[in-house]
Design a protein around this ligand. Structure first.
Ligand code: MF3
Ligand code: CO
Ligand code: CO
Length: 273
């Protein structure tokens, strides 16, 4: 049984109910998600062969502090960085380090800023110099799958419609969908109810209602969907070491569809730019 609660009156604790946010909350999300999107825009010129993921992480921290926001991942459940930087076969939660990126790498940078208790969570892929056609195709398919997931969001549909749209398209394009991680409610909590699966069927999951806010963040692999988490407790990699990609947006359900809060002001949030 699913229960929905008025987010403005609900305690700040995930008790399994789904928060419904008002117009003022949507305005707060536009602000924080806009800063996240501008940070991701700013990374586009920085990410070239030779740059380290430490330097990317520093940029994310400083950009945040310059804009009066804080990286929500810093000291989150023991995580020590301002971003996740996931290279090639790393699926997600890659930790920044001092190793330079190399020509041909693909890297996901995932940033969540928090301001006055509002969370803006988004990630994009960045090609490092010239990349192979297979990698480029994976980025295009992953981004398109996110757009199809977003297009499935409207009141009355179930969360499963998002997963079905993503999975059907991805598998048709001979990519696999990672099952071990999912999108999530967001807003006044970093990770809230409901889970947004990137696979499944349109008749599954809770019914979407106007005012819900959540992320959609599909991870697609060129090989098999299976992942393992390395002994550092965070880094998730594909078991077959095939390439993996991810894009993430925050969306809010509107009367007849959804608003994407983390769109790029520079139009830089799609591959091939
Ligand atoms: N930003 C990630 C997400 O999309 C969560 C990262 S948590 C961390 O949900 F601790 F790994 F940083
Ligand atoms: Co997220
Ligand atoms: Co994220």
């Amino acid at each position: 049984m699913v229960t929905y609660i008025d987010a403005a009156k609900a305690p700040l604790k995930n008790d399994g109910s789904i928060r419904l946010y008002d117009a003022e909350a949507f305005e707060r999300m536009r602000e924080i998600c806009g800063i996240t999107a501008r940070c991701l825009d700013g990374l586009a010129d920085l990410i070239v062969p030779g740059v380290t993921t430490d330097a990317i992480d520093r940029f994310v921290l400083e950009f945040g502090l310059d804009h009066g926001v804080y990286p929500a991942t810093l000291n989150y459940r023991g995580y020590k960085y301002s971003s996740c930087t996931s290279i090639n076969h790393v699926v997600c939660h890659g930790m920044p380090n001092a190793k330079p990126l190399r020509e041909g790498d693909i890297v996901n940078v995932d940033v969540t800023y928090v301001q006055d208790g509002w969370y803006g969570d988004s990630s994009r892929m960045y090609p490092v110099g010239q990349i192979k056609r297979a990698a480029e195709r994976l980025l295009e398919v992953t981004y398109e799958s996110l757009l199809l997931g977003i297009a499935a969001v409207k009141p009355g549909a179930r969360t499963g419609a998002i997963g079905e749209a993503i999975q059907t398209y991805a598998e048709n394009e001979r990519c696999s969908v990672v099952r071990d991680f999912c999108g999530h409610g967001v807003g006044r909590l970093f990770h809230d109810t409901p889970n947004i699966l990137h696979y499944g069927h349109a008749n599954e999951g809770p019914v979407l209602k106007e005012g819900m806010i959540f992320t959609i963040e599909p991870m697609l692999n060129l090989g098999k969907p299976h992942v393992k988490v390395l002994s550092d407790g965070w880094t998730a990699v594909t078991r077959d070491r095939s390439l993996s990609a991810q894009y993430e947006h925050c969306v809010g359900v509107t009367k007849d569809g959804c608003e994407v809060f983390t769109l790029s002001p520079g139009g830089l949030d799609r591959p091939g730019l």
